[in-house]
Design a protein around this ligand. Structure first.
Ligand SMILES: [Zn+2]
Length: 100
């Protein structure tokens, strides 16, 4: 499905936010996050700095897509990621954490 079809079918809201890769990379740099994986479907897997979790979900990684079923169109996935990274990171306090 391309962007035109996705918009036409309502899978992506017409007023959904978009962002550029540059904006996305700046938002990652701000909190020290790194891109772990850039999936072919367009989903972004982002890692928090070592010892930290994302404020948005309390997890060490964020998986951002432009919509819920994983079919993803980059500018929307970037906007989603920026929005969620805006909650920042906090120290992981899970004493049983499997990641750190
Ligand atoms: Zn942890």
């Amino acid at each position: 499905m391309n962007l035109q079809d996705a918009l036409a079918s309502g899978r992506i809201a017409k007023d959904a936010k978009r962002a550029t890769k540059k904006q996305f990379e700046a938002a990652m740099a701000k909190i020290g996050a790194t891109l772990d994986e850039d999936c072919s479907l367009g989903a972004l897997v982002i890692d928090a700095p070592a010892g930290f979790v994302f404020g948005a979900n309390g997890c060490h990684a964020l998986v951002c897509t432009s919509e819920e079923d994983g079919m993803s169109i980059k500018p929307y996935a970037y906007a989603d990621a920026i929005e969620r990274m805006a909650y920042g990171v906090r120290l992981c306090t899970d004493t049983d954490c499997e990641v750190c």
